[in-house]
Design a protein around this ligand. Structure first.
Ligand SMILES: Nc1ncnc2c1ncn2[C@@H]1O[C@H](COP(=O)(O)OP(=O)(O)OP(=O)(O)O)[C@@H](O)[C@H]1O
Ligand SMILES: [Mg+2]
Length: 344
C-alpha cells in the first residue's frame, strides 16, 4: 500500500505481510510513517494505492469498526466519566453482546491485565500504567483478529514502561494474538517482537528478526538505528560473492569484509563495526589509535578511540585490563564482524 497526504507521500509503496500469531513492531524515528501504516491497517485511513487483507478478507474499504481490530493509543483514549469496567465493556455493548456475557468477558480481560480489583474505579483515579492496562483490556475484550498498538507506553516513566513491556510479552506468549506494535524505542522493539520493521522516511528499510537486523543490517540507517555502531566512510572496490573489498581512508588500508546486499563497485559506502566487536591491544597489526575517553562500566570498559585521520570510534571491552587515557593502541575486530553497508 501507499499513502499520500495531499502531494506529500507519507508512506512509499510498501508490502508488508504479518504472520498469524506474530508480534511485529514498526520501529522508526518521528515522521517515518509508523502511525500512517497502522492507521491504514486499522481503517482510520484509506490507502491512496494498494490493498489490505486480514487473513483472506479484503478490508481495504471496510470501516474501522467492521475490521475486528483492537487498537491501543499512546494517550489511552479512555472515557474519563466511566469506570474501569464500563470502559472495557463499551466495545461489547456497541456490538450488542448479551449482558451476562459482557460481565464475564470484562472480568476475564481485567484479570488478564491484572486489574480485576479496580473494575469499579473511575478512570481519573488510576495511574498512567493502570490506565494503559485498562486500554489494553478494552482492546482485547472484543477478541480482535489483530491487535494494533501505537506507542502505548509513550506516556509512562521508564520503570513502569519496563513492567508493562514484560506484561505485554507474557500476554503475547500465552495468547499469540497477531499484533502490530509501534515504537521509536529500539530496546522496546527488541524485548517484545518476533520481527521488527525498521521505517525511515516512509520506507520500510528492513524487516527481520531482532538478531537479523542487528547482525545483518541492510544499510547505514538500520545499522545506526539499532544498537551502537561505528560507521566509517569507505569505497567499494570489488564485490565477490558475499564479500566486499573496500578501501577505508581512515584506516589507510584495504579490507575484505562481509557485504550487505545492493552495494555496487566504485560507490561510497560505510564500514560498520559494532563497539563490542572491536579488540584493543597495545601492539600488533591493528589500526593505530589514541584513547581519548575511558568509562569504567564494571564488567565492561567503554573507550572512545581517535583514529589518525581524526574520526573517533567507540569500543567496549571486557575489563581484564584497562588502557589509560591518551595511550596509543592498536584496534582490530573479531573475524567476520566487519560489514560494508550502503549509505542509505
Ligand atoms: N493528516 C496528515 N496530513 C498531512 N501530513 C501528515 C498527516 N499525518 C501525518 N502526516 C505526515 O506524514 C509523515 C508520517 O507521519 P506518521 O504520523 O505516520 O509518522 P510516525 O512515524 O508515526 O511519527 P511519530 O513517531 O512522530 O508518531 C510525517 O511527515 C507527517 O508530518
Ligand atoms: Mg506516530
Amino acid at each position: 500500500m501507499k499513502q499520500k497526504y495531499g502531494a506529500f507521500t507519507a508512506l512509499q509503496p510498501t508490502d508488508l505481510e504479518v504472520r498469524a500469531g506474530e508480534f511485529l513492531t514498526l520501529l522508526g524515528p518521528s515522521g517515518s510513517g509508523k502511525t500512517t501504516l497502522l492507521n491504514l491497517t486499522a481503517g482510520y485511513l484509506e490507502p491512496t494505492e494498494g490493498r489490505i487483507f486480514i487473513g483472506d478478507r479484503d478490508v481495504t474499504h471496510l470501516p474501522a469498526r467492521r475490521r475486528n481490530i483492537g487498537m491501543v493509543f499512546q494517550n489511552y483514549a479512555l472515557f474519563p466519566h466511566m469506570t474501569v469496567a464500563e470502559n472495557v465493556a463499551y466495545g461489547l455493548k456497541v456490538r450488542s453482546v448479551a449482558r451476562n456475557q459482557i460481565l464475564a468477558r470484562v472480568q476475564a480481560c481485567l484479570a488478564l491485565v491484572q486489574m480485576e480489583e479496580y473494575s469499579k474505579r473511575p478512570i481519573q483515579q488510576l495511574s498512567g500504567g493502570q490506565q494503559q492496562r485498562v486500554a489494553l483490556a478494552r482492546a482485547l475484550v472484543i477478541e480482535p483478529d489483530v491487535l494494533l498498538m501505537d506507542e502505548p507506553l509513550g506516556a509512562l516513566d521508564k520503570q513502569l514502561r519496563r513492567s508493562v513491556q514484560l506484561e505485554l510479552r507474557r500476554l503475547h506468549q500465552e495468547h499469540r494474538r497477531t499484533t502490530i506494535y509501534v515504537t521509536h524505542d529500539q530496546e522496546e522493539a527488541l524485548v517484545l517482537s518476533d520481527r521488527v520493521a525498521v521505517m525511515s522516511q516512509g520506507v520500510m528499510q528492513q524487516l527481520g528478526s531482532a538478531s537479523e537486523i542487528y547482525n545483518a543490517p541492510r544499510n547505514a540507517f538500520v545499522a545506526g538505528f539499532i544498537g551502537e555502531s561505528n560507521l566509517i566512510p569507505a569505497v567499494i572496490k570489488r564485490l565477490v560473492g558475499e564479500e566486499a573489498e573496500i578501501e577505508v581512508p581512515a584506516f589507510k588500508r584495504t579490507l575484505t569484509v562481509t557485504a550487505a546486499p545492493s552495494l555496487s563497485p566504485g560507490t561510497e559506502a560505510q564500514l560498520l563495526l559494532r563497539p563490542e566487536h572491536l579488540i584493543v591491544t597495545h601492539d600488533g597489526e591493528g589500526v593505530s589509535a589514541e584513547i581519548v575517553e575511558v568509562i569504567y562500566l564494571g564488567e565492561l570498559t567503554a573507550y572512545t578511540l581517535k583514529l589518525e585521520g581524526g574520526q573517533t570510534i567507540a569500543a567496549r571491552q571486557i575489563t581484564d585490563r584497562v588502557y589509560s587515557l591518551n595511550s596509543r593502541v592498536r584496534v582490530t575486530w573479531k573475524p567476520g564482524t566487519a560489514r560494508a553497508v550502503p549509505i542509505t
